[in-house]
Design a protein around this ligand. Structure first.
Ligand SMILES: [Zn+2]
Length: 128
């Protein structure tokens, strides 16, 4: 089986700088340098599939931004809009619930269940 050469390749924030020592029972692993300065050892298959794109710092930033699958901080505001829209319609304890949920206004199921469809809608209708 031909071994793919990963060294020097860039996956997201990671640049492959070397091969990790093969250990019995382990899949092929690579040593990567993250753009934040961390060095990490990752599975080659995860890199190739795009599952691993940072040392973990990118994931942390997404969690801090409050978005689960949409990347980057610039989405924080629209995420907040989505969240408070759901609150207004679903949470009777919210001060403006009576103007929304209390009047029978509800978030459609698709938007209620996940942020992405709302986000896509917002962008395609010109949200900036
Ligand atoms: Zn990093």
């Amino acid at each position: 089986m031909e071994r793919k050469n990963y060294i020097g390749k860039i996956y997201g924030r990671l640049t492959v700088i070397g091969e990790a020592k093969m250990a019995a029972g382990y899949k092929r692993r690579l040593i990567c340098c993250c753009s934040c300065g961390n060095k990490v050892v990752v599975f080659a298959c995860n890199l190739a599939r795009g599952h691993t794109t940072s040392c973990g710092c990118a994931k942390k930033e997404i969690i801090e931004a409050g978005a689960h699958t949409i990347h980057g901080k610039r989405y924080t505001r629209i995420y907040e809009i989505w969240r408070s829209m759901k609150q207004r319609c679903n949470n009777p304890n919210k001060s403006n619930y009576d103007r929304y949920g209390g009047r029978g206004i509800s978030v459609c199921e698709e938007w209620n269940n996940s942020f992405e469809p709302f986000y896509e809608w917002a962008v395609s209708s010109g949200y900036a």
